[in-house]
Design a protein around this ligand. Structure first.
Ligand code: TRP
Length: 355
């Protein structure tokens, strides 16, 4: 059964081909991925994207990771916690296995030349195209506000995030596909309009077939909703959060997403954390009931995250080290962005004075 649109299905099919190419020639790919620093990273990030980034890095692909601090303004969220959140996310990445010797970690705000690319890129899209973006639409509907100029143009900013380093591969979830389309469009139009030799690759989305993990309450796991399990949380906090998760009155545990969604959701989480089949896990717990399910889930998640949490505690004990890694990543990103911006200026004929 598939409930994907034709373009989603095409992207999924293409991802299978890309995975083969990556394994055959990892050095031909450069990955750009990122997160918005709206709060600490949680289990959904780890299982959904972080582990995949580490996998790609370890296959030999160059991975560049963006902490998208300007996107926090886009979402009009409080920014006074940024220093704590950003440093915490760097620690999460490193603890999860991002190796700074191979993979750069950087923030928008440290790379002016990346942000400057937004200007020429904005000239390549129409306001109608911006208004049509389904993710922008649903995000502005969710907040109930008309989109700000920054919200409306953030897919173009995201195109700059990807194209500044000429990344050709972007591991994303299905919800980000429209943004990737914008990045491809911007690359194509820039190349067509301003260059003989293509300056920008058209980046590909790399999708995985792992379904999106829901939070403990069955709704989308999100930092703001507080229904996830932060990577940095303690084993006790993890146990408490899982204890609070809704189940149902039926003692027998079976996997039935339609009629027993709350229980099925916890089984999905357990399956993701253990790599086992949810049906089989349900059979094993059986008459043990919701209590046993929650206990098993708590143990599985704590076991999965134990080494990561251990490394994370060591890292956060040495704040200067974490800052150094971000500084080095920022320097690498600035270097790449300045090179690309110089090429863009050349293509646009802005070649008169010293730059
Ligand atoms: N918008 C992405 C998110 O919400 C984060 C992000 C910013 C990103 N720039 C990016 C992801 C570029 C991939 C490529 O998670």
């Amino acid at each position: 059964m598939s409930d994907h649109t034709p373009s989603q299905q095409a992207a999924l099919d293409r991802s299978i081909v890309l995975e083969e190419r990556i394994r055959a020639a990892p050095a031909q790919f450069r990955v750009l991925t990122g997160d918005r620093p709206t709060g600490p990273l949680h289990l959904g990030h780890y299982l959904g994207t972080l582990a995949n980034r580490v996998r790609l890095q370890n296959l030999g692909v160059e991975v560049i990771v963006l902490i998208a601090d300007y996107q926090v303004m886009t979402d009009q969220l409080a920014s006074h916690q940024l220093p704590v959140t950003v440093r915490g996310i760097v620690a999460d990445y490193l603890a999860a296995g991002i190796d700074p010797a191979q993979s750069a970690i950087f923030t928008h705000s440290a790379v002016p030349a990346l942000n400057e690319l937004v200007l020429p890129f904005l000239s390549l899209v129409s306001d109608a195209e911006l208004h049509r973006n389904p993710t922008v639409k649903s995000e502005s509907e969710a907040t109930g506000k008309r989109p700000t100029g920054l919200m409306l143009t953030y897919p173009v900013h995201q195109a700059a995030d990807i194209l500044f380093c000429k990344a050709n591969l972007v591991p994303v979830g299905l919800d980000q596909l429209p943004h990737l389309e914008t990045a491809r469009l911007v690359a194509r139009r820039f190349n067509d309009r301003y260059t003989d030799q293509p300056l920008f690759p058209e980046p590909d989305a790399l999708l995985t077939d792992t379904p999106m993990l829901m939070g403990l309450d069955g709704k989308k796991m999100s930092k703001t909703r507080g229904n996830g399990i932060a990577l940095q949380s303690s084993e006790d906090e993890t146990a408490q959060a899982i204890r609070r998760a809704p189940t149902d009155g039926d003692r027998q545990i079976i996997y039935d997403p339609i009629h027993r969604p709350a229980v099925a959701n916890l089984l999905d989480l357990l399956a993701a954390a253990t790599g086992c089949d949810p049906q089989r896990l349900a059979d094993e717990i059986g008459a043990g009931g919701g209590g046993r399910l929650k206990q098993t889930l708590t143990e599985a998640i704590n076991e999965l995250l134990r080494p990561l949490r251990h490394r994370r505690a060591e890292l956060t004990a040495d704040a200067a080290h974490v800052d150094q890694i971000l500084d080095a990543g920022n320097a690498r990103a600035r270097h790449l962005a300045q090179e690309t911006l110089a090429e863009v200026h050349d293509a646009l004929g802005m070649t008169y004075a010293n730059r």
